[in-house]
Design a binder for this molecule. Structure first.
Ligand code: G3H
Length: 538
């Protein structure tokens, strides 16, 4: 009898608090300040939470969303282009203080939708309740910090420089029309980490939600509509080829914000006819390694490696996706790691203390089974009880040991609950892995030896964007820079870096003489410009 046999709930067994109120048919999309109703083909939304109907596991279709075509996508683009009006529109020329006011209103209204969005995060992507709540709350904090960050930049720019006889004020202004696309694992947080900075800096936006985690934006559609002038934010749904492809080919997109695979990003970027006019803000694939040295504190290492590799089933771009452990401590580590994994509770996202939940991507269990089988072919063993067992969308974590370079899982990003553990003898083997990798997001070093840690920091400083000492890899705190090298990212995101990413500097200058100083002084005193000014936004 498999540990996963009765993992899915019977419909009547779902606690009333977490039941959905019927099928969610979402036909609306937002274009030019209007919620339009789509009458064409729809896309089924299949929950990773399958249902147990008298012992039979059944696919659970919880709703549907529009499959828009090229025509609607281009209408959305036109709306954004018209709202931007080559930089002369109401939104890009609006004062910073007023734009902040719109975002504050949006945040206030969004907070009212917390319960609904948290519930949909669980149903659509299988994220457990505490992590779903955290995703929502973290997003609100991100928006608050973005407002603070913009005020800070604005205060710093509300002054004049005087160099070599040239008086200057330097401000940040929008880039144009942004296309924002987020990932399914953080459909709210990561999407908003580009969407909000894009808007607040004065860009207009076409936003296409991730492939899963789409219905959860339904409660926000009307909020977008009422909080922003028409055309400033447009929300479309559908297949990438018909929607995003058509938009990119027009050459009217100025900023492309995308969190997803490097393959997907490259394909979309290539469709722009004038790539030199397109700024990319990209968060992409990663294969972050943990490196465990023989002297590492085993308790700290275990706790960080278990959370790092398996929180949200390993479906985080920052997850630890391969663990290198020194051969002297490999036996001890693997034994304790497997024990810790056996204590992770499997279940439905709303169940108390649940850690491992079903996976939203169709075919994901089969893909992970393929990775495990391939590793077994080259000598790895699934060392944990029940490891790799499957029931429909549920995949019990598989811990693979000893993993070597012949196996796909050594270099392929699994993005799921498969944990490859590689024993090593010499640190050069691990250093070489990182140097040769196509990815360069983060790394975690576990050791208490300052000399060894110092040496490894120097080895990895030009390889990755963040080196974590005795801690798992992670994006947060969101005020810190989040980036990557090679195929892992383009640009840097943090609260303040994102504001820079979606803007360009404008220099307003004049020669230092009495007449010019009088003109500039008058403009500032009489508030004759939205840009050349010295006011303080409280
Ligand atoms: O999926 C990638 C996310 O940016 C990871 O963020 O480290 O806070 O889970 P996190």
């Amino acid at each position: 009898m498999s540990v996963l046999n009765n993992i899915f709930p019977q419909p009547e067994g779902i606690p009333a608090e977490w039941r959905l109120n019927g099928f969610i048919e979402q036909r609306e999309y937002l274009v030019n300040g209007e919620l339009r109703t789509w009458q064409g083909q729809m896309n089924e939304v299949i929950s990773p939470v399958s249902l147990n109907n008298s012992g039979l596991v059944e696919k659970n279709i919880i709703g549907s969303t529009p499959l828009l075509t090229e025509a609607e996508s281009l209408e959305a683009l036109d709306a954004a282009v018209n709202a931007y009006q080559n930089g002369t529109g109401e939104w890009p020329t609006m004062s910073v203080a007023k734009r902040i006011g719109h975002i504050e209103l949006f945040l206030k209204e969004m907070k009212n939708q917390r319960a609904e969005i948290v519930k949909l995060l669980m149903w659509e992507i299988g994220k457990n309740l505490p992590d779903s709540e955290k995703e929502f709350d973290r997003t609100c904090i991100y928006i608050e910090d973005t407002i603070k960050g913009l005020k800070h930049i604005d205060h710093g720019n509300s002054t004049f420089e005087n160099e070599e006889g040239i008086i200057a004020q330097i401000r940040r202004v929008p880039l144009g029309v942004a296309l924002c696309m987020g990932p399914y694992n953080y459909p709210l947080n990561e999407t908003f980490s580009t969407l909000i900075p894009a808007l607040i800096m004065g860009n207009t936006v076409v936003f296409k939600p991730a492939k899963f985690g789409v219905l959860l934006l339904k409660p926000l559609l009307n909020v977008f509509k009422v909080c922003f002038p028409k055309g400033v934010i447009n929300v479309i749904y559908g297949k990438g080829r018909e929607t995003v492809g058509a938009i990119m080919e027009t050459g009217k997109i100025d900023v492309f914000a995308f969190i997803g695979t490097n393959k997907g990003a490259s394909e979309i970027k290539k469709q722009h006819p004038k790539p030199h006019r397109l700024r990319g803000v990209l968060g992409l694939d990663a294969k972050n390694p943990a490196i465990i040295l023989p002297d590492a504190d085993m308790d700290v290492t275990l706790a960080e490696c278990v959370a790092g590799s398996l929180s949200y089933n390993g479906q985080r771009c920052t997850a630890l996706k391969i663990i290198f452990v020194h051969e002297d401590v490999a036996e001890d580590f693997t034994k304790k790691y497997v024990e810790a994994v056996s204590k992770l509770k499997c279940g439905m996202p709303w169940e108390k203390d649940v850690k491992i939940t079903p996976l939203p991507e169709p075919g994901k269990s089969a893909y992970l089974t393929g990775l495990v089988d391939d590793a077994k072919k080259y000598g790895a063993v699934v060392i944990n009880e029940n490891g790799g067992e499957v029931n429909d969308t549920f995949f019990y974590p598989a811990v693979l040991y000893p993993v070597n370079a012949q196996m796909r899982v050594y270099s392929e990003e699994q993005f799921g609950p498969v944990v490859p553990i590689v024993p090593y003898k010499e640190l050069d083997e691990v250093i070489n892995y990182v140097v040769q990798s196509n990815f360069g997001q983060q790394i975690s070093i576990f050791s208490n030896d300052p000399a060894k840690v110092g040496h490894l920091i120097d080895e990895f400083a030009n390889q990755v964007g963040r080196i974590n000492i005795n801690a798992q890899c992670q994006r947060g705190p969101d005020v810190y820079p989040f980036n990557g090298r090679k195929d892992s990212a383009e640009g840097t995101l943090s609260v303040s870096d994102a504001l820079r990413a979606f803007s360009i500097r404008l220099l307003i200058s004049t020669k230092d003489n009495a007449a010019n100083k009088a003109i500039v002084g008058s403009i500032v005193r009489e508030h004759q410009s939205n840009y050349l000014r010295m006011d303080y936004i409280f």
